[in-house]
Design a protein around this ligand. Structure first.
Ligand code: MMA
Ligand code: CA
Length: 302
């Protein structure tokens, strides 16, 4: 069995109680490589017999201790907690933090310098837009005022213009009225003349469309007389003012056909899709009058 080795003693430690006199204390023995027993030490004879390797090992131990001390000192410097290197580490860390802070400050400064023109530019644009919006608002107000003034002026002018007889509606500068009383063709025309007008004479498509839209609300499933006939000569239609029909007409298909015992007066026919038809003039039907604005007998009476 191995003997228990003596504890390692530092060359700086005090004299061993067992070795209070020379020779000076030796480093602790180490196991011989390949030896079966323990090498005694502590006496000169044994030490002299110690192999060189053992002495080297002892020297290493001493150097290691020195190195450990140096290491400890450097470790103290490198890591906080070490006694002697703490201030150095703190300084290092402070320096690092300062560097980082300085770097961040520089970056922020650069960003601020870069953003400053943009901010300035945006402020300028916002200011310009705000000015434009204000100008547009002023323009809008002015236009509203102008429109209100024009509307007022229009109402004043309308009051001075000749108006249609009561119940008539103006279309293309002429007054028209759809009457829902039953009359023969001649009775109807006579009634219109009381208002200073005649049966309606639609000489163009626009006027025709206007008349259809006028009488439909009065009645859209019957016929309305208007001022066209061929009573003087069969097949030669003329307006009630004696003028010829002209190029425009709105006859329904296969009309005028002078059906039955004769048909010489014209109507708007709901059953023929509001197209023209010729009918016997003695039929009692609704009718449409026309009158010039301000030409009513109502206004003509002193
Ligand atoms: C009725 C009458 C005529 C018209 C035909 C169309 C039967 O007669 O309104 O004037 O031409 O219908 O079918
Ligand atoms: Ca007919």
């Amino acid at each position: 069995m191995y003997e228990q080795a003596e504890p390692v003693r530092s060359p700086f430690s005090g004299p061993d109680s067992r070795q209070s006199s020379n020779p000076p204390p030796q480093p602790r023995p180490v196991r011989q490589s390949g030896s079966r027993g323990r090498v005694r030490h502590g006496n000169g004879a044994s030490d002299k017999q110690r192999p060189r390797e053992d002495q080297d090992t002892s020297s290493h131990t001493y150097e290691n201790a020195e190195e450990a001390k140096r290491y400890a000192t450097s470790a103290d410097r490198a890591y906080p907690g070490g006694a002697s290197g703490r201030c150095g580490v703190c300084s290092f860390l402070r320096a690092r933090r300062s560097c980082q802070a300085a770097g961040i400050a520089v970056l922020l400064g650069l960003v601020a310098v870069g953003l400053a023109p943009l901010t300035f530019s945006n402020k300028q644009e916002i200011s310009q837009l705000s000015t434009t919006v204000d100008a547009l608002k002023r323009d809008l107000d002015n236009e509203r005022n102008r429109a209100a003034a024009l509307e007022q002026r229009l109402h004043e002018i309308e009051k001075t213009l000749p108006s249609c007889p009561e119940g008539y509606t103006i279309g293309r500068g002429i007054c028209y009225k759809a009457c829902n009383t039953l009359k023969t063709f001649s009775e109807a025309d006579a009634t219109c003349r009381v208002d200073g007008g005649t049966l309606a004479m639609p000489r163009d498509a626009d006027t025709n469309d206007f008349l259809v839209s006028l009488y439909k609300p009065v009645n859209d499933h019957t016929s309305f007389w208007f001022g066209l006939h061929d009573q003087r000569e069969e097949g030669r239609f003329e307006w009630v003012d004696g003028s010829a029909l002209g190029p425009y007409n709105s006859w329904a298909p296969k009309e005028p056909n002078d059906a039955g015992s004769g048909e010489d007066c014209a109507v708007y026919s709901a059953k023929l899709k509001h197209k023209w038809n010729d009918q016997p003039c003695h039929f009692q039907l609704y009718f449409i009058c026309q009158a010039a604005p301000g030409n009513s007998c109502i206004f003509a009476i002193p």
